[in-house]
Design a protein around this ligand. Structure first.
Ligand SMILES: Nc1ncnc2c1ncn2[C@@H]1O[C@H](COP(=O)(O)OP(=O)(O)OP(=O)(O)O)[C@@H](O)[C@H]1O
Ligand SMILES: [Mg+2]
Length: 453
């Protein structure tokens, strides 16, 4: 007898149908939408209801639990009937991968399709055999076809098609289309899983970033608070030490004087560190107030030069300053801050150079720019280390053992120079001395004035 469901698609139609399905499914990225579209599209887009298809279920492997999970179900009246009758809610109808007799597990493991006219084959477990039979009777399903969903040789899950006709009434064309369909499903599921994973990890990264930013703010607040709290007691210590050292308490033995002088030096260093740290956090948080004015860079440079002359002499270093007669050097900056920058550079040059010279050189590298170079004949800095030099707390191993420093000087210089729209850098190599330089726009280059004051 000829079945009423024996109306199979022609092969041209099959290809068109698959094309249509692929478009519908692959256009979607959200995982939930994809799995819904998968089970719906065959029935709605291709009208497989007419061919006797009643319930389509997508089952996917759950990576964590080692179970096959039913993730979506077609919205047919049979499916609804079934959902009302079953004792376990649909999302919980898991099949453990250890249930080796279950056809869902079999199709998944063997990577080939199975057909059955017995629902216990696909519903037990989780349901008992009796329950499975009764559900099958309720929805009058005659055949279930279980197809593995495979991508690049790896099974992701299975698709179950339940029909109200026998397997003999399923044409080869139909089977081909179902096969092609499951291939598309594989790609779609994989895309959706990748997409979801990507979304998940970018969300995680975003959250992590937010946390880090919060932590960074907390840390900055802590540092500036701690630095502030440390400053007063250290200033008090400095006061007491100098009182004692200056003889206010009467004569002190030489040995005690030596210890006190050491204590004083260490205390000075701590005060410097704390001041630097406060400076850094003020600049970074934008809390530093700048007193902008038009000023000649030459004047600032000369002041710094005078300040360091004595120290350089003490070390036996030749210190000099070179300023061309016709220099354009009027800049619009906070003079104290630029003084601090040059002082930092000259202090470094004097500190890290044992023999030879320290030179301060001014020039106009371009009509609207003025440049300061602080050159020395010190140990030089390797290319590798130059990259890290302007970072917070960075000190070079070989020099830091010998000298006292916080590793904040250059970092502060960079923050300040960039604040005034300039650039800072260095030319050096191992053993060839160093030339630190910065360039600032002249005041007449109005468009480059700093935005804040
Ligand atoms: N002219 C120089 N020659 C050789 N090494 C230098 C020179 N200037 C800086 N350095 C190296 O770069 C490091 C960072 O310098 P920076 O001025 O930032 O910190 P510091 O001098 O150690 O401490 P401070 O915060 O007191 O200035 C120094 O520790 C030193 O190793
Ligand atoms: Mg320094």
């Amino acid at each position: 007898m000829k079945s009423i469901y024996r109306t199979t698609p022609e092969s041209k139609e099959t290809i068109e149908a698959l094309w249509k399905l692929a478009k519908v499914i692959l256009d979607t990225l959200d995982f939930k939408d994809v799995v819904t579209k998968i089970v719906e599209s065959l029935l709605s887009e291709l009208n497989y209801l007419k061919l006797g298809y009643r319930i389509i279920v997508l089952v996917l492997k759950d990576e964590d639990d080692n179970v096959l999970k039913r993730v979506s179900l077609s919205k047919t009246s049979e499916a609804e009937k079934l959902l009302e009758a079953t004792t376990i809610p649909f999302p919980k109808m898991d099949v453990p991968l250890t249930a080796l007799d279950n056809l869902i597990v079999k199709a998944f493991n063997d990577q080939k399709p199975y057909y059955t006219n017995n629902w216990p084959d696909i519903l037990t477990p989780p349901f008992s055999k009796e329950e499975s039979f009764s559900y099958q009777k309720l929805v009058e399903v005659k055949t279930s076809m279980v197809y593995p969903v495979i991508v690049k040789g790896r099974a992701l899950g299975v698709l179950i098609f339940s029909l109200v006709k026998t397997i003999d009434d399923v044409s080869q064309e139909e089977k081909d289309l179902i096969g092609g369909f499951t291939d598309i499903v594989g790609l779609a599921v994989q895309n959706a899983q990748l997409y979801t994973a990507l979304e998940d990890s970018s969300k995680k990264l975003e959250n992590l970033n937010k946390k880090l930013r919060e932590l960074d703010i907390q840390k900055d607040e802590f540092v500036s608070m701690a630095a502030h709290e440390l400053r007063s007691p250290m200033t008090a210590i400095k006061g007491y030490l100098s009182m004692v050292l200056e003889g206010d308490m009467g004569d002190i033995p030489d040995k005690a004087r030596g210890f006190l002088a050491d204590a004083n030096a260490i205390n000075e260093r701590l005060i410097r560190l704390v001041n630097n740290m406060l400076n850094v956090s003020r600049i970074e948080e934008g809390r530093l107030v700048y007193q902008l004015e038009k000023i000649n860079l030459t004047r600032i440079a000369r002041t710094v030069f005078d300040t360091f002359r004595a120290e350089a002499d003490r070390k036996g270093l030749q210190i000099s300053i070179e300023i061309p007669e016709k220099i354009s050097d009027e800049i619009y900056v906070d003079p104290d801050k630029i003084n601090e920058v040059i002082a930092n550079l000259v202090s470094n040059a004097v500190k890290y150079t044992d023999h030879g010279f320290v030179k301060i050189i001014l020039s106009n590298p371009l009509p609207d720019w003025v440049r300061v170079e602080v050159a020395d004949s010190g140990p030089g800095i390797s290319k590798e280390e130059q990259k890290r030099l302007f970072r917070k707390f960075y000190r070079i191993e070989s020099t830091s053992g010998k000298t006292i420093g916080t590793g904040l000087g250059l970092y502060i210089c960079k923050l300040l120079i960039e604040k005034f729209n300039g650039t800072i850098g260095l030319d050096s190599g191992d053993g060839t001395g160093s030339t630190f330089w910065f360039e600032l726009p002249l005041a007449r280059a109005k468009e480059r004035l700093p935005e804040s004051s």
